[in-house]
Ligand binder design. Structure first.
Ligand code: TXA
Ligand code: MG
Length: 452
């Protein structure tokens, strides 16, 4: 199948009427669209995205009046928000009514409703006689698309049409809210800042964005790893280390140390709206660069749109672990490295936490220095218990490092363990003595810095 990229609204309408899936532009991100009342068409969306059937889809309508045909009557609070913010990036969960098929809501009692603002999507909705189900047009878990080229990179040859609406003006998905037991909840921060909604509601929005491990899907936060580029991404740096093998993403311009060929800035004017517009395009660009991984600076937690930016980056963040060896470092250099990589917890995995070659790395001295540097210390020579400790520390710290005794590479803990841990889904970064960060490529047991 050839994928046409065009502005042909009539063609999009004809394809949708035939139960086909097409990509449509919205003001937030591109969507993979189908007739929401046509079960087989909706099934195709799930198959294309490789999306779990338990993850429901947003239903897009022309306006509030279109809800009547779905036999959905919005309560007063919802109607008020719709009148204020539709068409626009606000999705509201309401009791589903009999018309919406279960496959769309994944069997849940509520349906997610939104009226998109993009003129081409609106032109389609004006002509079709049904609402349109559309998730973001990316494979499940991958970075959302904000241009036709992004959509092509995922679905070229698999869908007949991408309706070309240019780059998305908002660049980040809609905000999802709903009501439960008289309280209002924010299920996904998005392009409409929470503050605007709270003001309109005259009530606070409680955050319900993190997953509970048991129970049904209530909202998107259920899947914590999401919005991810192909390359490992490490988010949350106060100060980005200028690694040559990294794509660097700064929130705003900084005093850079040196020229770096793969540096990106989300906003040059300190404008959250501009940062949101750029976020996914920058992540797509990073994926294409000749680099091994992506480092992203912490977004200022100033509310507004930055709440959504922070949320997406947090979800794109890899589960990562660092390693460092004890032998080649002078003490001050070692501490400087921990500082550079913003390490806040160290797990000492040496069988013997001392060595006559590196007396200054004896446990007592080490512990004292780490304590002074405000870095948590843990001794875990038994690798059986290690995994559990790692999980615990990763839930409390952004950057955790394993301290290993260097030795012959094929005997070195640092590599054998790294192979094991990366097989279990952790991304491992080795901190080299000369102050570089190297991504571990499993399975290897090679000397430092050489990749298999
Ligand atoms: O901006 C947007 O909302 C874009 C554009 C295309 O409209 N759409 C979008 O869809 O982001 P998607 O599927 O990538 O994310 C929607 C999220 C899903 O993660 C899903 O879990 C949640 O909304 N959702 C959809 N229907 C729901 C429902 N009935 N109950 C709870 N959560 C729902
Ligand atoms: Mg999505």
């Amino acid at each position: 199948m050839e994928t046409l990229v065009s502005q042909d609204v009539e063609l999009a309408v004809a394809l949708l009427r035939r139960g086909e899936v097409v990509a449509l532009p919205t003001e937030t991100v591109y969507g993979l669209a189908a007739n929401a009342l046509h079960e087989a068409a909706v099934e195709k969306i799930f198959a294309l995205k490789n999306r779990p059937k338990a993850d429901p889809l947003i239903v897009h309508v022309r306006d509030i009046e279109a809800l009547e045909a779905l036999e959905i009557e919005p309560p007063l609070w919802a109607e008020r928000l719709m009148r204020l913010f539709w068409p626009g990036p606000l999705t509201i969960l309401l009791p589903k009514g009999p018309k919406v098929p279960d496959v769309v809501t994944a069997g849940l009692p509520r349906v997610a409703l939104r009226s998109p603002q993009h003129p081409l999507f609106q032109a389609v909705l004006e002509q079709v006689e049904f609402p349109i189900a559309a998730p973001s047009a990316n494979p499940f878990g991958a970075t959302s698309p904000t241009t036709p080229a992004h959509v092509l990179s995922y679905f070229s040859g698999q869908i007949p049409l991408i309706l070309d609406g240019g780059p998305c003006s908002e660049g980040i998905e809609s905000t999802i809210i709903g009501e439960e037991g008289g309280r209002f909840f924010l299920y996904r921060p998005g392009a409409l800042p929470r503050e605007a909604i709270e003001e309109a509601l005259g009530a606070p929005l409680f955050s319900k964005t993190t997953a509970h491990s048991a129970g049904p899907v209530i909202a998107p936060g259920q899947y914590s790893r999401h919005y991810s580029p192909h390359k490992p991404l490490l988010y949350g740096w106060k100060r980005l280390p200028e690694e040559p093998r990294a794509s660097l993403v700064y929130y705003a311009p900084e005093d850079f140390e040196e020229a770096h060929p793969h540096r990106h800035i989300l906003t040059t004017t300190d404008n959250p709206k501009e940062a949101a517009q750029n976020l996914y395009a920058v992540l797509h660009a990073c994926d294409k660069e000749p680099t091994d991984y992506i480092l992203v600076q912490q977004v200022p937690l100033t509310g507004g749109l930055n709440e959504a930016l922070h949320d997406r980056l947090r979800r794109a963040n890899a589960r990562a672990l660092f390693t460092i060896g004890h032998s080649t470092h002078a003490w001050a250099d070692f501490l400087a490295l921990l500082k550079k990589y913003e390490i806040s917890a160290l797990i000492d995995i040496r069988k013997k936490p001392y060595s006559k070659h590196v007396p200054h790395f004896s446990q007592g001295i080490l512990q004292k220095a780490l304590h002074e540097a405000n870095i948590a210390y843990d001794w875990q020579p038994n690798t059986k218990n290690l995994r559990q400790r790692v999980e615990k520390l990763l839930s409390e710290h952004l950057h955790v490092v394993l301290l290993c005794a260097e030795g012959e590479p094929h005997r070195c803990h640092r590599y054998q363990l790294s192979d094991e841990l990366s097989r279990e889904g952790l991304v491992i970064f080795h901190i080299l003595p000369e102050g570089k960060l190297v991504l571990h490529r499993a399975p290897i047991s090679l000397p430092l810095g050489e990749s298999a």
